[in-house]
Design a protein around this ligand. Structure first.
Ligand code: ADP
Ligand code: MG
Length: 449
């Protein structure tokens, strides 16, 4: 497991245990290693370790498992946290240890995170285009490139893709990629070991600096300060900087205003939540990869579509689902069918249970009957349009908790009696016309899956 994936598990734990438990018990844990089913952590005190062990160990293991890390046991080592970096502390420290940390400064790049493996769709096309542009390494046209978006939408993937691409184009280019957390860690370490000059020089001598999850330094004053200076020095030298965060610069709390405005100076692009097409594309790509890995495994029609419909949280969860599905199917030697998927992924599917919206219903129905979406809410009364509109009204009543007046409003401000009439009409037709009943069955299934 990498620090990055522990970071992901921590994000999930935050949601599971709540902010205050998280800050008290999870955040101070320092992941050190995972070998042979044992995950090791540093904990600040013995009491702390015992408490976490008793109260959170199972939960931590569950979330590790969900992220594909099989762990039998957690082990905690007690260590003293680093003293707060003040100049007084530095002055009292022993003389600097010599040593060159240059080569180890950059966090390792994941070779799988390339542009080739990044599936482009509407929600991420701008971010992708901007990342491509930076990776070409031409004259710096926007600085920094600031990528933001929710968890698991591909920020880290794109950053690694930029770094991988730049390095393969020009192997002597000094590309430094690290998370903001690592930046802080290195900074504090440099202070402690009195190597702050080396630290500064190191960071100022790179050609490209990439800092992932910069929201992490919010509220960490001395780290912010140092980050700000590094940032400015590099911009002055016209060196490319790429930053990611989970939200827009202006929305990061406890980040100094001057840093916010600096971050906004370049190009700010966001990765939007995935849509169905993108999820389908990503799943198809990964499924292809797994089909080669587990040759002989059969993936039944409709399974990837089903997953793309049902798992809407983020790409990481989507990938995790597919990984688990293939692993499970190969273990039991069965074809991957919808039933198998439903069994094997029950927990994930439950969390992702979708709530159907009126807009979605209108869109699906319009698509199905080949009429314009605008006609769903428009005034036209011809049968070929009015009938699908009534069907959408019926489905809105059946599949959403909205009241008739509310539904009326969403259908171009129609009166609730019009909606009621439409619903009744469809009920009558369904009773008389088996084709109509079947059509509705199908639409319903599409919307609910
Ligand atoms: P973030 O840093 O935004 O939290 P990541 O970059 O770590 O998200 O992405 C989570 C996982 O989803 C990674 O395994 C990544 O490869 C995958 N992923 C995200 N977006 C895409 C995409 N557009 N195409 C292919 N894989 C993607
Ligand atoms: Mg990330």
């Amino acid at each position: 497991m990498t620090e990055e994936s522990w970071g992901q598990v921590r994000d999930e734990l935050l949601k599971a245990v709540g902010r205050s438990n998280y800050t008290t018990w999870i955040e101070p844990l320092q992941f050190t290693e995972l070998t042979e089913g044992v995950a090791r952590f540093n904990a600040p005190t013995g009491f702390f370790a015992t408490w976490v062990e008793r109260n959170f160990a199972d939960l931590i293991r569950q979330h590790l498992a969900r992220n594909g890390e099989a762990v039998d046991r957690l082990e905690f080592t007690v260590h003293q946290p680093a003293p707060r970096p003040t100049s007084a502390t530095v002055a009292r420290r022993a003389p600097a240890r010599s040593g060159d940390e240059g080569e180890t400064l950059s966090a390792p790049l994941d070779a799988r995170f390339t542009f080739d493996t990044f599936v482009v769709g509407k929600p991420n096309e701008l971010a992708h285009a901007a990342a491509r542009r930076v990776a070409e390494g031409g004259p710096v046209s926007f600085n920094p490139l600031f990528l933001y978006g929710g968890v698991g939408l591909g920020k880290t993937h794109l950053m690694h893709a930029i770094a991988n691409e730049m390095q393969s184009r020009k192997s002597n280019l000094r590309v430094l990629y690290l998370s903001a957390e690592q930046f802080m860690y290195r900074f504090v370490q440099a202070l402690r070991e009195r190597q702050i000059m080396d630290f500064k020089e190191m960071f100022r001598s790179v050609d490209v600096l990439m800092v992932d999850d910069v929201q992490f330094i919010a509220g960490k004053d001395s780290t912010q300060e140092e980050f700000f200076h590094t940032f400015n020095a590099l911009v002055d030298q016209n060196k490319q900087i790429v930053i990611s965060a989970d939200r827009a610069p202006g929305e990061i709390k406890d980040l100094e205003d001057r840093i916010k405005s600096r971050l906004q100076c370049g190009l700010v692009v966001d990765l939007h939540p995935t849509d169905y097409e993108l999820r389908l594309g990503i799943l198809q790509q990964k499924a292809e990869f797994y089909r080669q890995q587990y040759s002989g495994l059969v993936l039944a029609d409709g399974v990837v579509e089903f997953l793309a419909h049902r798992i809407t949280t983020n790409v990481r969860v989507l990938e995790g689902a597919l990984t688990r599905l293939f692993a499970f199917a190969s273990l039991v030697g069965r074809e991957i069918t919808l039933d198998l998927a439903q069994d094997c992924l029950a927990d994930i599917l439950r969390v992702s249970d979708r709530k159907v919206t009126i807009e979605e219903i209108q869109r699906k129905v319009a698509e199905h009957y080949n009429v314009r979406l605008s006609d769903m809410i428009g005034p036209k009364r011809v049968r070929t349009i009015a009938r699908p509109r009534q069907i959408a009204m019926y489905l809105a009543k059946q599949l959403t908790p909205r009241s008739l007046p509310e539904i009326g409003r969403r259908f171009g401000g129609r009166d609730h009696t019009t909606i009621m009439h439409g619903v009744r009409r469809i009920e009558e037709l369904m009773a008389q016309d088996s084709q109509m009943a079947e059509d509705l069955q199908l639409l319903r299934r599409l919307l609910e899956s």
